[in-house]
Design a protein around this ligand. Structure first.
Ligand SMILES: Cc1ncc(C[n+]2csc(CCOP(=O)(O)OP(=O)(O)O)c2C)c(N)n1
Length: 568
C-alpha cells in the first residue's frame, strides 16, 4: 500500500519501538507533524529545540533506549546543535529528525534553509539527507541501528519537504548491513592473556570505570572482577553509579574534582585497568606525569580511543561486558589488603576537612543541600545535574548505588542541560523519582522548559543551587585571576515566584534546618516544585586539580572555610 514519506517516517519510528518524541514544528516539517496525529506517538512540545535534544538525551541515558527529537529546518535545526554535540561527547544514542526545504530549492538560500547535515557532520555519528520517500524507511532503520550499536551516539535525518509529501510503496527493510561500519570487535586471546598477566603481576592496581560500564551494562561483571581480583574502583563523572558507592572497594570519583585519595592512588598505582573510559583531560591532568609507575590496560569499544591520549600496554577492543566476561576466567583470585589499607589511610586525611564532618556553623552550603537530598531520597532518585560547582558537589555528596541514576553532561559540559534532560528522564522512567540539581546560571539558560513541564504535567523536583554567581567560573577567577570577578555575578529573578508563574510550586530555603522539610514537601506534593536554595556565595569545590597540573598536585579542602564561614 502506498504511503507518504511522512507516514512512512512515523510507521518506521513505531516499528523501532518509539512511543514518544520531543519536538517543535515549523514549515519544513509540517507534513510530518500532520501525519503524526494518526500514529500512537506521544509528542512533547518543547519551548526551544535545544531542549528537545537534551530531552531525547535524558530519555536515552535514563532508559538505555534511543531518544528522538524533531525540529523544522533552518533555525529549528541549528538550535539542535548544542544538544547533538552534547550527546556526541557522552556517547548518548539519539536520533534527530529535521525538516528540510524542498529538494529543488536546496542550495538556493531558500527561506529557512541551512545545510544541517554539513553543520552536524563532525558532531553526529552519522547523518542523512533524505530526499525521496522510498529512502525514508531504510534510513530510519539505519539511523537507529547506528545510534545504538557499537559506541552509541547521535544520528541526524534531514528529510526534505517533498520527500515527506510524496508517496511510494511502504516496505519495512531488513536488518541494515552497512559497508565499512564495524560496530562489534573482539580482542585476541593473546591480548587477553597479556592483560591477565599484567593483573597477576600488579601489587597496586586500580580500575578506572567510565561511562562504558553503563552503556554496555557491565555493572555486574565489573563487580565480580573487582571482588575476585581485589582491586579498588575509581570512577569518572559519567561512570558514577556503575559500581555501588557503598562497596568497600569503591574509591569514588577521579580527576579534577575527584577526592584526593583517588587521584593519589592513581598516581601511586602500578597498573591501571581502564574500563570504558577515554582518558579525558579532566580525568588525567598533566599527561606527562599521569600515573607514572603504572602499566595500562584499556578496554574500549571504540578502537580510535586506544592510545589516543594515553599510551597503553594492552588495548582490548570490544564491548566492555563481553570482553570482561571473556577475561575474567584468566584472572587469578587475589588478596591485595596491603594496597587497599594504604588507600584507606589516605582517605582519612581528606575526610577530616569535609564539610559534612564539621559542626553546623549557621551557613547553608551546597554540600549540605545535596547531602540532605541524598538522605531524604534514600539515594534512590535519578539526579540530573547541570554544569558547574553544583555538578561536582552532586558527584561528591550524592552517593549513587545504581546505574543510570546520575545524568549529567560530562564531555561538552553543557549549561542548560539539566532541566530538559530531566524531563526526558521522567518521560522515559515515569516510575522514578527525578531531581534536577542546577545552578542559578544554567537554570536560566533553559528555564522556558518549565512551561513544557506544566503543559505535560511532568512531576520532577528542581533544586536550584543559588549562589548568585556563575559559581565555577567565579571559583577559577578566585584561584587564578586574583578574584577579579569579570561577568560572573548574577542578578536573579525570584525563582519561587517564577515557578508559580508557570503554574508550578515554588519555595525558598536559606538555612540548613529548612532543607529536609522543603525536600520532603516537594516529594510529597504532586507536580513539579522548584526550590531556590540560597547558599554560601563564595564557596568553592575542593579538592581541585588546576587544569593541566599533575593529578596529585591538588588544592586541598581548607578547614578554615567551614569553621569560620570565611572564604579562602
Ligand atoms: C553553555 C555554556 N556556557 C558557558 C559555560 C562555562 N561555564 C562552566 S560552569 C559555568 C558557571 C555555572 O554557573 P551556575 O549555573 O550558576 O552553577 P554553579 O557553578 O554556580 O554551581 C560556566 C559559565 C558552559 N559550561 N556552558
Amino acid at each position: 500500500m502506498k504511503k507518504t514519506g511522512a507516514q512512512i517516517l512515523w510507521e518506521s519510528l513505531v516499528r523501532e519501538g518509539v512511543t514518544c518524541v520531543f519536538g517543535y514544528p515549523g514549515g519544513a516539517i509540517l507534513p510530518a507533524y500532520d501525519a503524526m496525529l494518526d500514529y500512537p506517538i506521544r509528542h512533547i512540545l518543547v519551548r526551544h529545540e535545544q531542549g528537545a535534544t537534551h530531552m531525547a538525551d535524558g530519555f536515552a541515558r535514563a532508559t538505555g533506549s534511543v531518544g528522538v527529537a524533531v525540529a523544522t529546518s533552518g533555525p529549528g535545526a541549528t538550535n539542535m546543535v548544542t544538544g547533538i554535540a552534547t550527546a556526541m561527547m557522552d556517547s548518548s544514542p539519539i536520533v534527530c529528525i529535521t525538516g528540510q526545504v524542498g529538494s529543488k530549492l536546496i542550495g538556493s538560500d531558500a527561506f529557512q534553509e541551512t545545510d544541517i547535515t554539513g553543520i552536524t557532520l563532525p558532531i553526529t555519528k552519522h547523518n542523512y539527507l533524505v530526499s525521496r520517500p522510498d529512502e525514508v524507511a531504510r534510513m530510519v532503520r539505519e539511523a537507529f541501528y547506528v545510534a545504538r550499536s557499537g559506541r552509541p551516539g547521535p544520528v541526524l535525518l534531514d528529510i526534505t519537504k517533498d520527500a515527506q509529501q510524496s508517496s511510494c510503496e511502504f516496505e519495512w527493510p531488513p536488518e541494515p548491513k552497512l559497508t565499512g561500519y564495524r560496530p562489534n570487535h573482539w580482542p585476541s586471546t593473546s591480548d587477553l592473556e597479556r592483560a591477565a598477566e599484567l593483573v597477576r603481576a600488579a601489587k597496586r592496581p586500580v580500575i578506572l570505570a567510565g561511562h562504558g560500564i553503563l552503556l554496555s551494562g557491565a555493572m555486574d561483571v565489573v563487580h565480580r572482577f573487582a571482588e575476585h581480583a581485589h582491586i579498588p574502583v575509581a570512577m569518572t563523572l559519567l561512570g558514577l553509579g556503575g559500581f555501588p558507592a557503598s562497596h568497600p572497594l569503591n574509591l569514588g570519583m577521579m580527576g579534577m574534582h575527584g577526592e584526593a585519595w583517588v587521584n593519589t592512588a592513581i598516581q601511586e598505582a602500578d597498573l591501571l585497568l581502564a574500563f570504558g573510559m577515554r582518558f579525558d583531560d579532566r580525568v588525567t591532568g598533566n599527561l606527562k606525569t599521569y600515573a607514572p609507575h603504572a602499566r595500562k590496560v584499556h578496554i574500549e569499544i571504540d578502537p580510535a580511543e586506544i592510545n589516543k591520549n594515553v599510551k597503553v600496554d594492552v588495548g582490548l577492543v570490544g564491548d566492555l561486558r563481553d570482553v570482561l566476561e571473556e577475561l575474567l576466567p584468566y584472572i587469578d583470585a587475589c588478596d591485595r589488603t596491603e594496597w587497599t589499607e594504604h588507600i584507606s589511610h589516605l582517605k582519612g586525611d581528606s575526610a577530616v576537612r569535609d564539610i559534612q564532618n564539621l559542626p553546623d556553623n549557621g551557613h547553608l552550603y551546597a554540600a549540605h543541600v545535596i547531602h540532605d537530598i541524598w538522605k531524604t531520597t534514600n539515594g534512590e532518585a535519578i539526579v540530573v545535574t547541570d554544569v558547574g560547582q553544583h555538578q561536582m558537589w552532586e558527584a561528591q555528596y550524592y552517593h549513587h548505588e545504581r546505574p543510570r541514576t546520575l545524568i549529567t553532561s560530562g564531555g561538552l559540559g553543557t549549561m542548560g542541560f539539566a532541566l530538559p534532560a530531566a524531563i526526558g528522564a521522567k518521560v522515559g522512567r515515569p516510575d522514578a523519582e527525578v531531581w534536577v540539581v542546577v545552578g542559578d546560571g544554567g537554570f536560566q539558560m533553559t528555564m522556558a522548559e518549565l512551561a513544557t513541564i506544566a503543559q505535560e504535567n511532568i512531576d520532577i523536583n528542581v533544586a536550584i543551587i543559588n549562589n548568585g554567581y556563575l559559581g565555577m567560573v567565579r571559583q577559577w577567577q578566585e584561584f587564578f585571576y586574583e578574584r577579579r570577578y569579570a561577568a560572573t555575578p548574577l542578578v536573579n529573578p525570584d525563582f519561587a515566584k517564577l515557578a508559580e508563574a508557570f503554574g508550578l510550586k515554588g519555595a525558598r530555603v536559606r538555612s540548613r534546618a529548612e532543607v529536609v522539610p522543603a525536600v520532603q514537601a516537594a516529594r510529597e506534593s504532586e507536580g513539579t516544585s522548584v526550590i531556590d536554595f540560597q547558599v554560601e556565595q563564595e564557596d568553592s569545590v575542593f579538592p581541585m586539580v588546576p587544569a593541566g597540573a599533575d593529578l596529585d598536585a591538588m588544592i586541598r579542602r581548607p578547614s578554615a572555610i567551614v569553621e569560620t564561614g570565611a572564604d579562602v
